[in-house]
Design a protein around this ligand. Structure first.
Ligand code: FES
Length: 70
């Protein structure tokens, strides 16, 4: 039986952060490297959070990416 994945392992395997808008993790990595440091700014820059789920899926992922970048 496989050991349950932790949050970091799950995030490592995710390639698309915003599934509603099909925005890839690489896009957010670049924006974070450029100095964007809030979920609201990342959403404004890419349109994440404005999809069908209203950001319920991508919002927590963006927050985790920001936390991991500190
Ligand atoms: S996954 Fe980003 S708005 Fe739904």
């Amino acid at each position: 039986m496989n050991k349950p994945a932790n949050t970091s392992e799950i995030m490592d395997n995710i390639k698309v952060i915003c599934q509603c808008k099909m925005i890839k993790k690489a896009t957010y990595k670049k924006l974070i490297a450029q100095g964007i440091n809030t979920v609201a700014e990342l959403e404004k820059a890419t349109g994440a959070g404005s999809g069908e789920c209203g950001g319920k899926r991508c919002g927590p992922r963006l927050l985790k990416m920001l936390d991991n970048s500190k």
